[in-house]
Design a protein. Structure first.
Length: 365
């Protein structure tokens, strides 16, 4: 059965990606020299906004690029790897920019890989699932809102590899990653003396089950110019993944505590909005994915996000159900269809904001 490569890794070999740093598969193929890497994701989106009071249709549709990335990766004898990836699609910044770029020292094998540069922050299961390996077109709202995406700094990551535990052989019983970063994102220079600390650990006690936890904490330059001390940001999360046969079930909870200022929006390739004040936020998602023998992969996902836990007794919570179907033409090309049903607990009458997304993904062969 042919499968798109992101599905192969995400469902049957997901452990390869669990603590990855970049947007494509890890290196380590054993060959020297450079390899061109990348993928494109053209997309069509139709948003249902209902009708105005005068009866005018407010629906909107557009063709766009979700992502278009190209780069180079390779290894240098001995024990050095490099990885550079450029985001070239039209985006909120208005220009192409360097997405991932890091150099890694791999002498210690699977136990400790050390990297310096720009990479995905080691927090959240879904954030550390590369964009080309997502089962739904978009990441969950709580992940986009509460995780910092990428940052500049130092990371150490690794796993226990193969162990004999109580007479039973286990593979990657523990996987970990820890990073010290500027905290200002991939395009921002450090603007204070504080650093951001983030880490994640995944425990696989049974080949079908993985459990994980992650955190992030740091001090940031105050958003309010009149403030006399830095803002503070704290995140923690818990995750679980169950795999048996062709069925994959994943779930994740994230909690965020921002003091002084916080950001709204953002996510991959977009600019967040800065707001003053302190806020507590949280949310979670659960999704089920099934790989069929006909190159089709149905997906259903429920997610919920509370943008302010102290306001109105959680009546501002947002819920989204995504119904999806992925079709794989070959190992490098796939088509994703998603319908997003959105509901808000604030509205006496549900607001029309559902959407249909269609995305084609092609990876460089």
């Amino acid at each position: 059965m042919k499968k798109l490569i992101f599905s192969i890794i995400a469902t049957t070999g997901f452990s390869l990606y669990t603590l990855a740093q970049g947007c494509l598969e890890p290196l380590g193929g054993g060959s020297d020299g450079a390899k061109i890497i990348g993928y494109i994701q053209p997309q069509f989106a139709y948003h249902f906004y209902g009708k105005s009071l005068s009866g005018q249709c407010l629906d909107k549709s557009t063709f766009k690029f979700n992502r278009a990335r190209i780069g180079v990766a390779g290894s240098i004898p001995y024990d050095v790897e490099y990885y550079v990836l450029l985001e070239a699609s039209p985006n909120a910044y208005g220009y192409p920019y360097l997405l991932d770029a890091f150099v890694s020292y791999t002498r210690l094998g699977p136990y400790a890989k050390m990297s310096l540069g720009s990479f995905e922050s080691p927090i959240s299961l879904e954030l550390n699932t590369p964009c080309n390996a997502l089962h739904t077109i978009n990441r969950s709202l709580v992940v986009d809102e509460l995780t910092p995406n990428r940052d500049l700094g130092f990371m150490m990551l690794g796993s226990t590899d193969t162990l004999n535990l109580f007479g039973l052989q286990t593979v990657n019983l523990f996987k970990y990653s820890f990073a010290i970063t500027n905290g200002t994102g991939v395009l921002g220079l450090d603007n204070n003396n504080g650093k951001t600390f983030a880490g994640r650990i995944v425990f696989t006690p049974w080949k079908h089950l993985s459990l994980g936890a992650s955190f992030l904490t740091g001090n940031y330059k105050a958003g309010d110019p009149a403030a006399t001390q830095d803002d503070k940001r704290t995140r923690y999360g818990f995750e679980a993944e169950f795999r048996i046969g062709n069925l994959l079930v994943q779930g994740e909870y994230l909690h965020g505590d921002d003091k002084g200022s916080y950001t709204v929006g953002g996510g991959c390739g977009s600019t967040p909005e800065l707001r003053m004040g302190s806020v507590l936020r949280d949310g979670y998602f659960v999704q089920a994915v099934y790989s069929t023998p006909w190159n089709l992969e149905p997906v259903v996902k429920f997610e919920t996000y509370d943008p302010n836990k102290d306001a109105n007794a959680n009546t501002d919570r947002q819920n989204i159900i995504t119904w999806g179907l992925n079709y794989f033409l070959n190992d490098w090309t796939g088509i994703q269809l998603n319908y997003l049903y959105k509901s808000e607990e604030t509205a006496a009458v549900e607001k029309p904001n559902d959407c249909i997304l269609v995305q084609v993904q092609v990876r460089l062969k």
